[in-house]
Design a protein. Structure first.
Length: 135
């Protein structure tokens, strides 16, 4: 199901997804699933620490559109019940999330690591150009 979402949006596969699901019990985590006729058609992991949580590893069968909405509703309900103060739902589907009362956070960050000095120089130059464009 997670692979369906990766394919839908053309994102890189999450190689850490399976270990993260397997070890979610080490932190504050809730796996929310949607089922139809005994078959899982959606999933999302709500994970965090203290008073903050984030929804991650969304998986869904696109034949069941309502499952996404129900999982987000259930995720919000679970964090309210747990007294959580901050919930991040990630990028995408902004209209739906804004209708639910979420605020859209800036999402224009990039990490760049280079060992060679020439590549480090190039990274610094590119970051300056991007910073100027964003201002």
């Amino acid at each position: 199901l997670i692979g369906n979402v990766e394919a839908q949006y053309g994102t890189m596969p999450h190689p850490w997804a399976r270990p993260m699901l397997r070890n979610a019990h080490w932190v504050d985590a809730t796996l929310i699933t949607a089922e139809k006729a005994g078959r899982m058609v959606g999933c999302v992991l709500v994970v965090g620490d203290g008073s903050a949580r984030m929804m991650t590893l969304l998986g869904r069968d696109y034949a069941f559109d309502y499952a996404y909405f129900q999982m987000v509703y259930d995720g919000v309900a679970s964090v309210i019940e747990d007294g959580v103060e901050l919930l991040s739902t990630g990028t995408g589907n902004y209209d739906f999330k804004q209708r639910m009362g979420f605020q859209i956070a800036p999402n224009h960050y990039l990490g760049y690591i280079a060992c060679a000095s020439g590549l480090r120089w190039l990274g610094r130059q590119l970051s300056r150009v991007v910073e100027e464009e964003m201002a």
